[in-house]
Ligand binder design. Structure first.
Ligand code: ADP
Length: 557
């Protein structure tokens, strides 16, 4: 009942916020938001093309319900602005956060609206569900033109999704094409998102932007939109991937943004004498900066991890913090996971996990023996993931009692090496060079341990998945791996997994050997850790509470 009320509340403009519809200074010809009606005025829906890596999720298709709302903190309204969101379009972890966090926040007494580009590659079944919410024209930078901004809306499980429609910018088959096209596209998107909030007369308490594609929103908000209704919102900018920053030459960014000269200085958008950096500008203007783990928040202030923004981040570190990403318990639940051979939970994991191990061995053509120690590795096969360390230690790991299962795609060099190992250790090594969600689920369920020896890892999901499935992680102590995996303590029996600190093959081998020793000689203690890991709260609810606290800190009325 309470949940229903909260949901219906989302469709109504908040009374407090429904102040006279002062239009965004840049939104021309705006009319009051018409009642949602069929796609009458919308530009013809573009033909759907396959979205990049929009993975079929084994079980959590839309009709799942978020947790019942918790009303122990005051209500806040939040607009999410980002470039991707599962299940509409996803190329990485950002898409997962844009999907799960708003839903978890809706359950934390937040009124959430997610603003996304209406890419042509969004599957047709979602395009069909969108309803026309309005349209206006908006100037952009120094182009001298007014651009069409359509708003298509889709309300789902207490979260409102508003898609910014413009055929000129969002028709490519992939959200990211190349900087030449992406820079104008996301200048347009950031500005249109703010103008759309003004147009809809829905002024949030907090605007939460994600990565460089939305990083200009805080800059626009404090400059061109300062005196418009949306100008009163506070801003949070979350860094998911510091590697991509939206860097291009100053004249081009000046041309497309139309931002005043004062923002092109070394403290804000300017990168050097030649270039401007959109993420850097956003970091300067945002009221708060977050990244996806506390340790990573510290690491990015050092030259090793800072991607050349370490000085800038150190300067702004008073407003920087880390909040670890959560796990979607509907998508990841060994008790209901349709991909698994046998379902299990914490009460019967010790009985059913070996059955999943045997099924996995059979599926992958490995020697079927529950007594073998099975190590999984599920990863993009890139430098970041510490695969050079793995390659260095594999000859010693393959001792006849250990099986290794690799699932991933990426650099050819790694793909070929793992294929070679599969051939060399037939029946003991499986190299699955593919992207296969269901198989990933089965590896989490069937393996005893999961390897994550990353060079750097902002948060990392695989170690969370593993723990939730009773598989012990073997990780390097960096970023989110350090924050989520407590090292096993052989004296007290406490901890969640096996860890090593320096990026060193010898230390990785040592950690793997400690895990093996525990598994083969002290199974009772091993099993205790399995159950402890399954009981560990790695849910989104936990993370969403921390985001809610952050919003309340920014809006302390
Ligand atoms: P990344 O740096 O790639 O975002 P994360 O650990 O944050 O790494 O997230 C990776 C997610 O993608 C996990 O949920 C993992 O299960 C999944 N994944 C990675 N590679 C594959 C693959 N080859 N097949 C299926 N799922 C994969």
């Amino acid at each position: 009942m309470a949940q229903k009320k909260a949901q219906s509340g989302k469709k109504q403009p908040d009374k407090k916020k429904a102040e006279p519809a002062k239009k965004a200074q840049t939104a021309k010809k705006a009319e009051p938001a018409p009642k949602a009606e069929p796609t009458k005025k919308a530009e013809p829906a573009p033909k759907a093309e396959p979205a990049p890596k929009v993975e079929p999720v084994p079980q959590a298709e839309p009709e799942t319900k978020p947790a019942a709302p918790v009303y122990d903190t005051p209500r806040r309204s939040v607009a999410f602005i980002g470039s991707e969101c599962h299940p509409f379009v996803k190329t990485g972890g950002l898409g997962d956060v844009m999907y799960a966090l708003p839903r978890a926040l809706a359950a934390q007494n937040c009124d959430v609206r997610v603003i996304l580009p209406r890419y042509a590659c969004i599957p047709q079944k979602y395009q069909d569900k969108m309803v026309y919410r309005g349209e206006f024209y908006m100037d952009l930078g120094r182009t001298g033109r007014n651009y069409y901004v359509g708003i298509m809306e889709y309300i789902w499980d207490g979260v409102v999704y508003d898609f910014i429609d413009n055929q000129e910018f969002f028709t490519a088959g992939n959200p990211y094409v190349g900087l030449v096209e992406d820079i104008p596209k996301y200048c347009f998107f950031s500005k249109a998102a703010l103008a759309a909030l003004n147009y809809m007369n829905w002024i949030p308490d907090v605007i939460h932007c994600h990565d460089w594609q939305a990083a200009l929103a805080p800059v626009y908000l404090r400059t061109l939109f300062r005196d418009s209704p949306v100008g009163r919102a506070k801003t949070v900018l979350t860094i998911h991937n510091l590697r991509f920053q939206g860097i291009y030459n100053i004249p081009t960014i000046r041309y497309w943004t139309g931002l005043p000269d004062e923002v092109f200085n070394m403290g804000a958008l300017q990168q050097d004498y030649v270039n401007a950096n959109m993420l850097k500008g956003g970091l300067a203007y945002a009221d708060r900066i977050t990244t996806v783990s506390n340790t990573y928040a510290g690491e990015i202030q050092t030259p090793e991890y800072g991607e050349k923004l370490e000085d800038h981040l150190r300067y702004h570190n008073y407003k920087l913090r880390g909040i670890v990403t959560g796990l979607d318990y509907e998508m990841w639940n060994p008790a209901t996971d349709p991909a698994l051979a046998v379902h299990y939970d914490i009460t019967n994991v010790l009985q059913h996990k070996p059955e999943n191990k045997r099924a996995l061995q059979q599926e992958l053509g490995l020697v079927q023996d529950e007594g073998k120690f099975v190590i999984g590795l599920i990863s993009r096969l890139t430098n970041q993931k510490g695969l050079d360390l793995v390659n260095a230690v594999l000859p010693q790991v393959m001792d006849g009692n250990t099986q290794v299962v690799v699932l991933g795609t990426g650099d050819k060099q790694y793909e070929d090496t793992f294929r070679w190992y599969e051939n060399e250790h037939k029946g003991m090594f499986a190299a699955c060079i593919q992207y296969d969600e269901a198989r990933a689920h089965r590896i989490y369920a069937g393996a005893d341990a999961l390897l994550v020896p990353s060079r750097f890892e902002p948060c990392g999901l695989t170690q969370l998945n593993a723990m939730h499935y009773g598989t012990l992680p073997i990780v390097r102590e960096t970023g989110g791996l350090k924050d989520t995996v407590e090292p096993y303590n052989v004296f007290t029996g406490g901890g969640n997994g096996f860890t090593f600190d320096r990026y060193d093959a010898g230390l990785l081998l040592d950690a793997i050997n400690r895990a093996k020793t525990e598994y083969f000689t002290s199974r009772y203690h091993w099993d205790e850790v399995v159950q402890r890991d399954m009981a560990k709260d790695v849910s989104w609810a936990n993370s969403a509470r921390q985001y809610k606290d952050l919003y309340l800190e920014l809006t302390p009325w």
